[in-house]
Design a protein around this ligand. Structure first.
Ligand SMILES: *Cc1c(COP(=O)(O)O)cnc(C)c1O
Length: 466
């Protein structure tokens, strides 16, 4: 058997045994390092055997999000089309950075991005694939800075007359802290705006903070709204945000890393209508759309500001130009870049848009089923978030934070389900389950609910160490 035949055999076994794969590990570094100690790279090894060995190591020591009862943090349960796509991308290995090096790859990505942009109510504009949501969000901040401060390209943040300020809800994503650091605007440039009781960015608080900053001579330049928060799936009020940002000349970014994939469903799309009015969007196909990591998308109608941010000229990269060709190495953060877009193209072409809409809708229905079951009178559970997306945050008045965590740990240890714990608005502890795995079925929801009910009682009878 050669290495590719072995790969095929492993892929089949893997996808046929997903429920047996570990959801939760109790492994330390030592155990893994000692297993790896036989690889001292001193002598060549047989590739077929290596494929088998590495697969065994990965099977054993990975928390497997492909499991149908992984209700966790949007780690994708990969569609096989993405595995085929990543194989092709690795085999042909087109350098997508330059159109001339890889016309096929560039045009496949363009077609895919155009379809996505149109679903969001935008023309193609500046659109490209990124490593993930963090890079897409980073690109948004860079483009906004370039757009808002024309001198920044040459003079940097140092040349600004004051402190630039970016506004985001306390429920927004933490990648912006890193981004503030590495763009040089500084972490203090982030203004965390309180969320309302419904966990949306509070518009009054935003407006007050912006006025205070303007009056103090600071330079408000950008607002980040979240289209599906990581914690609770809440969608910020984009229409109102767009009105506000327009009146104050602020760039409005929509971080839809996981939630914006809902635009594939005609039923959910109306909740995202406001995205047509934003200045930039992040969407991660590697979350709800189930393509292998890493695959993010950045979209913006401000083509010139984005191009200007990343523009360079080299004497060594061939560039025939013209003919509406785009050269990603001059329009995005990456230079040499792998063929990220193929896995989304293959998924969309394989399933069709209706097929994907059906998947998203199926998961949304299961989310509603979970919400209904936990929300039933006398269930003992209390639901803490409201969202049209399949993400449920819930708690029980008789359980402490430590006990909630014990429930989640128990479920994972027993291979019942993987759910997470979090804190809403940084203060309210809860359990959190989302259905972004296309392999999840009604039976899996049933098993989760039964497990939750069982463990909520059991945890009261077992002593939990502090
Ligand atoms: C996951 C997530 C991100 C970060 O995306 P990566 O692909 O993990 O870099 C950003 N924003 C939100 C809302 C997310 O859920």
């Amino acid at each position: 058997m050669d290495s590719l035949q072995m790969l095929r055999k492993i892929a089949l076994e893997f996808t046929n045994n997903l429920e047996q794969l570990p959801l939760k590990l109790h492994v330390g570094t030592e155990e893994i390092r000692s297993r790896l100690s036989c690889y001292d790279f001193s002598a060549p090894r047989d590739l077929t055997q290596l494929v088998e060995e590495v697969s065994d190591i990965l099977t054993k020591w990975t928390e497997h999000a492909n499991h149908p009862r992984y209700f966790g943090l949007f780690l994708p349960s990969t569609d096989i089309s993405g595995v085929a796509a990543d194989g092709l991308a690795a085999l042909f290995n087109p350098q997508v950075g330059s159109w001339d090096f890889s016309p096929a790859a560039n045009e496949i990505e363009r077609l895919t991005l155009k379809t996505i942009a149109e679903m969001m109510g935008h023309p193609l504009g500046a659109a490209h694939f990124t490593s993930g949501g963090s890079e897409a969000n980073h690109t948004a901040v860079n483009a906004a800075l370039t757009h808002q401060f024309p001198k920044l390209a040459q003079e940097g943040v140092r040349g600004l007359k004051g402190q630039p300020v970016l506004y985001i809800s306390e429920e927004g994503h933490h990648s912006f802290e890193k981004i503030a650091h590495i763009t040089g605007i500084g972490r203090r440039a982030i203004r965390q705006i309180p969320a309302t009781d419904s966990l949306q960015l509070d518009l009054d608080a935003l407006s007050q903070a912006v006025e205070t900053d303007f009056r103090a001579g600071r330079l408000p330049f950008m607002v980040v709204g979240t289209a599906g928060t990581t914690n609770a799936g809440v969608i910020d009020p984009f229409d109102a945000l767009a009105d506000f940002c327009k009146s104050r000349n602020l760039w409005l970014h929509a971080d839809g890393a996981w939630g914006a994939a809902a635009v594939f469903s005609p039923k959910l799309r109306p909740h995202f209508a406001g995205l047509a009015r934003v200045d930039s969007i992040t969407l991660d196909p590697h979350k709800w759309l189930s393509v292998p990591m890493g695959a993010g998308i950045f979209l913006s109608p401000h083509t010139q500001s984005v191009r200007k941010t990343f523009d360079v000229h080299t004497p060594y990269i061939p560039e025939s130009g013209g003919d509406d060709r785009v050269y990603p190495y001059r329009a995005t953060m990456q230079w040499s870049r792998r063929f990220i877009g193929l896995k989304l193209f293959m998924l969309m072409a394989h399933k069709g848009l209706d097929g994907l809409a059906g998947r998203i809708q199926h998961q949304t229905d299961l989310g509603n089923l979970l919400r209904t079951r936990l929300g039933e009178a006398n269930s003992g559970w209390r639901i803490l978030n409201q969202t049209p997306l399949p993400l449920v945050c819930f708690t029980r008045d008789d359980l402490t934070e430590v006990e909630l965590k014990a429930v989640a740990d128990q479920l994972a240890d027993q291979q019942t389900a993987w759910i997470s714990t979090t804190k809403l608005r940084n203060k309210t502890p809860c359990l959190r389950a989302c259905v972004t795995n296309w392999r999840t079925t009604q039976r899996d929801i049933q098993i989760l609910v039964e497990g939750l009910n069982r463990e909520a009682v059991a945890v009261k009878f077992s002593a939990i160490p502090n």
